[in-house]
Structures are given as structure tokens and as C-alpha cells.
Design a protein around this ligand. Structure first.
Ligand code: M6R
Length: 596
């Protein structure tokens, strides 16, 4: 996820070190490139940017020596356009007199770029941040003042974003909030603005929180907040904030895990924007369709996404894909692999040794290797013939949550494309995830204390929800340190049923198409004393048979499994806290497993 920071001072000073430190504070959001711009008293715009880490780019471009009265930095997480120096932000307007940077997604970027070029503007990148700058330039060319041009530009830019922009021969910066985070700060002799509170906290604790549809005009001595729609002034006094840096990074949530669970509507939306615009999607899909044998390969949570992905692929595109754990892929399938075979290697970190080892083994046999990973610049990304990012930003909590959701979204999008269909069915997903979070939060809070004392649980699913049962069980094990097994519901009678006694908890995840089968499973266990809880859309047959129901909003059956994992993520989080553990950093585990 990108991040922006801007500062305006009353007296010219070395802004480079302030910008570098602000960039470092934004870096927890994840990024692949970084840029810095200053405007000094002689009114030149100094822009330095590159692919790489804040420290490396700053060191390589002498950023510490940048001086000025106004400055900005941006950390870019590639969405529109590959990670490259040209696509790194900030961006200049056609003349080089104005500079700006954004955070978020401008979804009509392609159309806007074509318009700007037709209007004779110098478009230098494929990045949507540049479109924010040219959108303002368009109205300056019509003779409007900067403030009005910024406001008018927002009407042309579709999507969720925030941007900061400044022109030479002025004394201020302008920043807008249109769906992405933006807070302003007031200090002694300076004002500043940033994507989030942590990036401002070491500079000031006097904060003004912007709302969507508002802009802020920053001068060295103070700020003005205005409504973008009509330019009217907003009277919003600064507040003194007391959050610690760590609390601010958690965005008000007690743990990163809970924050990341709640980020899922946003990251799903971001990924859908990205996949809709990605040039790599077609190349990826063509290779899936043309595969002689197709394998989806991962470990842990990423493997579970592979399991769901293979069901999507078969159901939608009529193409069989074998989901397999990476080391077992090496042992079982690599010996039979050859040219024409295709492996999709899936990993949040893109650094898991088991996955990279399997990928190299597949490549050595002449197979095509495709990558799905979250961390840009990861080894998996570099090693893949074609690669798609997951667009989740940084996932800090060890338990994978938002990255699992976006792995499933990516697989569903790929399967739809492989079937020659559009992605319309996915449009509703971000708001359905939001609705699910709202609907199940209370019931999960009530359920968790009743299960917190149990040391054995089962989580059962079938068809599309089989992968969700596996994932829910892994999440519960990982953060509660209890035994929880995920299984195909129909397998339960082939052995585990003997473990059931009075009150034995079993969680069923039921897709709307599998209700009769689930009702059988529920009864088979309930009559032996099991405490059955079902996660499903409202259905009288389930209500009549299960002891408890966590109700999901109605949705297309293809989306139901992705919604079904949310109550299990929340439940595992609540159980972990109830048992006195830190869900973000479970004992014995690491976020990135670079060992055998
Ligand atoms: O980075 P990866 O997706 O390759 O990691 C694979 C597993 O180690 C990972 O999914 C692990 O199972 C998670 N911590 C589960 O929440």
C-alpha cells in the first residue's frame, strides 16, 4: 500500500532528513519504490526517485542534502505500472513546475492518460499518480487557480485515493482525501500531511483528521480545510493525540491481526482494480489454459488457497488443477514433470524455501512457473515466468488473513477469465466482506468464550468450503495452541466420529449448494453429543439442525467460501485473546520460513 507525506515550513531548511524519516515511518505499509521532492526559495522543483528501499534510494540520490520550504515523499506499492523509476512517485506536470504524489487507485487511469496525451501533456509513466498531477494541470491550463483546479481534478479521477501536490511560485501544498487515509499535523513553524498518523507522530501531536471529500491547504503557519465539492471552509480544530507509535500503526485495533482482518474489503477492492488493469492477467490465463498438467503449489495458508483455486478452476473453466503442498510436489509430481506442464506457485512472502525449492525443481524439468505473491520484489516474483501481485500491502501479523482472501480472489478471477467470463461476479465482494464483518462480529464475540476452554475442535467443509475448513482449522491451531483439525465433512464418519462425546465442538462451513449434505453431517455428529455450529447463509434447514449458526450475507455461491473464512479468522483471534496469547506473534512461528 502506498503512503504519502508532505511538509511546508516557514523558513527554508534541510528537508531531506525529515522526508527520509517520514518515508521510513511509512515503510511498514510495504512498498517497492520511493521518491522525494522539494521546492526551495528560488522556486525550483527538485525531484529524486527510484526503485528500492528508503535508505538505499535516499543514499544513492543524495536526498539528505535536499533543502526547501516545501517537500513531499511517496512510497509506492506497484498497482498501475511495474516498479520502475519512471513509475515511482512523485510525478511532475508537463512543464516541471508542479509536483505531486498519490496513494490509492485511480481506476480510470488508462482513459485519463489517453486524454492527457491527446491534450498535449507530457505523460512520462503508466502510473495513476501521474494522472492526479495532469488532472490538476488540465484545469490550470484552462486558467483556473490552483485550489479550484485541484477540486475540479477530483471530479475526473475515479477510485479511492489521496494526493498531495504543489506548484512553484506558491507557498503552499494542497492535499485531498477521496477514499484513502489522510491526516494533517500542525507544528511550530511547519504543517504536514500524511497517509496515516504514525508518519506524523514524531513531528507533532496536533492533528486534524480529514474526511473523504475534503482538501487541506498547508502553509508554514497553518492549514485550511475545505470541502472539495464546493470549496467551503470546514471548521475543524486540531486535536491533541496521545496514541503511541505502535498503537497508531495498529490503526486503533489492539492487534495487527484484527486490523488486517478488517482491511479485507479494501484489499479485495484494490486487487480487483489491479487485475482489471493488469497486462499480465491474459498471459497468466493463457498459460493456465494451455497447460498439459496444471499444479497449484503452496504451503500453509497459501496451500489452502490453492485447494479452493483448483475447485474454481474445475468448476468454471473445466480444467483440472492439482493442489499440492510444495515439498510433496517435489517428491510426488516433479519426477513426472516436463515441458507443457505448468505450476502456479503461491506465497504471501514469496520467500518460503519449500515453495522456492519446488519452483526451481519444476523449472529444471522444463515446466512453466507462474507466481502469485504479496511481497513485491520477492524471490518468487523474480523467479516466475509470469507473476501477479496480491496487492494486500504489508501483512505484519504472523497469521495470514488478508493475503488468504486475496489469494482466493486472484484464483477466482483467473478461473473466470480462463472460462472466458468477465469478473462481474466479484464486484460485490468488497461490500459483502464488509457486511460479513459487521454481521458476525457480535455472534463470534459471544461464541468465543464458550469454546475458549476446549483443546480439541473440528472444522468441516465440502466442495468449495473444504479449503475454508482447512484454513479455519489452521488459523485456530496457530493462534490458540489447541488442536483443531480441518476435514472434508464426508470423511468425518470414516474415523474421527469416534472422538465425539457430549459437547464436542464441530464447526461446519456450508456452501449454499451443499446444505442437504451438511444437514446429514450435522445430525450424524449431533446425535452423538457434538456441539454443532454452522457458518452459512441463512437457511431454515441448517437452523433446524445445528446448535448455533453464524450467518453470512446472501451471495453468489462462488463468493460464499471467501466470506465463510471471515468468521473463522475472527473466532481464532477471539479465542487466542481469550486464552491469553498474542495472536500477532504465536510462539514458535515466523512470518517468513526460509528454512527446510
Ligand atoms: O509466505 P507463505 O505464504 O509462503 O507462507 C506459507 C506458510 O508458512 C503460511 O501461510 C503460514 O501457514 C501462515 N502463518 C498461516 O497463517
Amino acid at each position: 500500500m502506498c503512503g504519502i507525506f508532505g511538509i511546508v515550513t516557514e523558513r527554508e531548511q534541510e528537508l531531506g532528513p525529515i522526508l527520509i524519516e517520514a518515508g521510513k515511518r511509512l515503510s511498514y505499509r510495504g512498498y517497492d519504490s520511493v521518491g522525494f521532492a522539494t521546492m526551495d526559495a528560488s522556486q525550483t522543483v527538485d525531484l529524486r526517485k527510484d526503485v528500492g528501499k528508503v535508505g538505499d534510494v535516499a543514499g544513492g540520490h543524495g536526498v539528505a542534502g535536499m533543502k526547501g520550504l516545501r517537500g513531499m515523499t511517496q512510497l509506492r506499492w506497484a498497482t498501475f505500472g511495474a516498479p520502475s523509476q519512471a513509475n515511482a512517485q512523485p510525478h511532475l506536470d508537463s512543464t516541471g513546475d508542479m509536483v505531486g504524489a498519490h496513494n490509492g487507485n485511480v481506476v480510470n487511469n488508462a482513459e485519463l492518460r489517453a486524454q492527457f496525451m491527446a491534450e498535449g501533456m507530457a505523460v512520462r509513466s503508466t502510473n495513476d499518480g501521474e494522472s492526479c498531477v495532469h488532472a490538476v494541470e488540465r484545469y490550470l491550463r484552462e486558467g483556473l487557480g490552483t485550489q479550484e483546479a485541484v477540486r475540479r481534478a477530483c471530479a475526473d479521477l475515479e477510485g479511492d485515493y489521496a494526493f498531495v501536490i504543489g506548484r512553484k511560485n506558491e507557498d503552499c501544498l494542497y492535499a485531498v482525501k477521496m477514499g484513502s487515509g489522510l491526516v494533517a499535523g500542525l507544528g511550530d513553524g511547519f504543517t504536514c500531511v500524511g497517509s496515516d498518523l504514525p508518519c506524523l507522530l514524531p513531528l507533532t501531536r496536533k492533528i486534524v483528521r480529514l474526511r473523504d471529500g475534503e482538501m487541506v491547504i498547508l502553509r508554514g503557519g497553518g492549514i485550511e480545510v475545505r470541502r472539495i465539492a464546493d470549496g467551503t471552509l470546514v471548521d475543524r480544530p486540531a486535536q491533541d493525540v496521545e496514541e503511541t507509535m505502535e498503537a497508531a500503526q495498529k490503526g486503533g485495533y489492539p492487534h495487527f491481526m484484527l486490523k488486517e482482518i478488517h482491511e479485507q474489503p479494501k484489499v479485495a477492492q484494490d486487487l480487483l482494480h489491479l487485475l482489471g488493469a493488469s497486462k499480465h492477467m491474459k498471459r497468466f490465463v493463457d498459460r493456465l489454459k494451455g497447460a498439459r498438467n496444471l499444479y497449484f503449489v503452496g504451503c500453509g495458508t497459501s496451500y489452502h488457497a490453492c485447494v479452493l483455486g483448483s475447485v474454481y478452476m474445475a468448476r468454471l473453466a473445466g480444467k483440472a488443477a492439482v493442489p499440492v503442498l510444495a515439498p510433496q510436489f517435489t517428491a510426488q509430481y516433479v519426477p513426472a514433470l516436463g515441458p507443457g506442464d505448468v505450476g502456479v506457485f503461491v506465497s504471501q512472502s514469496g520467500e518460503t524455501k519449500d515453495v522456492l525449492g519446488a519452483l526451481e525443481a519444476a523449472r529444471a524439468k522444463g515446466a512453466t512457473v507462474l507466481g502469485l505473491a504479496n511481497v513485491l520484489g520477492s524471490s518468487l516474483m523474480h523467479a516466475s515466468d509470469v507473476y501477479l501481485p496480491l496487492a494486500c500491502g504489508f501483512e505484519i501479523s504472523v497469521p495470514a488473513t488478508k493475503t488468504f482472501t486475496n489469494q482466493c480472489v486472484a484464483f477466482l478471477a483467473l478461473a473466470l477469465r480462463a472460462a472466458g467470463k468477465d469478473l462481474t461476479v466479484l464486484d460485490a465482494l468488497p461490500s459483502l466482506i464488509e457486511a460479513t464483518l459487521g454481521a458476525v462480529d457480535g455472534p463470534v464475540k459471544e461464541l468465543a468464550p464458550t469454546l475458549a476452554g476446549r483443546n480439541d475442535l473440528y472444522c468441516l467443509g465440502y466442495g468449495l468450503t473444504y479449503a475454508i475448513a482447512l484454513e479455519g482449522a489452521l488459523k485456530i491451531k496457530e493462534v490458540t495452541y489447541t488442536h483443531c483439525e480441518g476435514m472434508l465433512s464426508t470423511e468425518f464418519k470414516h474415523g474421527p466420529l469416534s472422538a465425539v462425546d457430549e459437547g464436542f465442538p464441530i464447526l461446519f462451513v456450508a456452501g449454499p449448494e451443499d446444505v442437504p449434505l451438511m444437514v446429514s453431517g450435522i445430525n450424524e455428529t449431533a446425535c452423538r453429543g457434538a456441539r454443532t455450529v454452522v457458518i452459512a447463509q441463512e437457511d431454515p434447514r441448517l437452523r433446524a439442525n445445528a446448535r448455533g449458526v453464524l450467518v453470512l450475507p446472501p451471495s453468489d455461491p462462488l463468493l460464499a467460501p471467501i466470506l465463510g473464512v471471515i468468521p473463522l479468522q475472527l473466532l481464532s483471534y477471539r479465542l487466542s485473546v481469550a486464552r491469553g496469547h498474542d495472536p500477532d506473534f504465536p510462539r514458535n512461528l515466523s512470518k517468513t520460513l526460509t528454512v527446510d
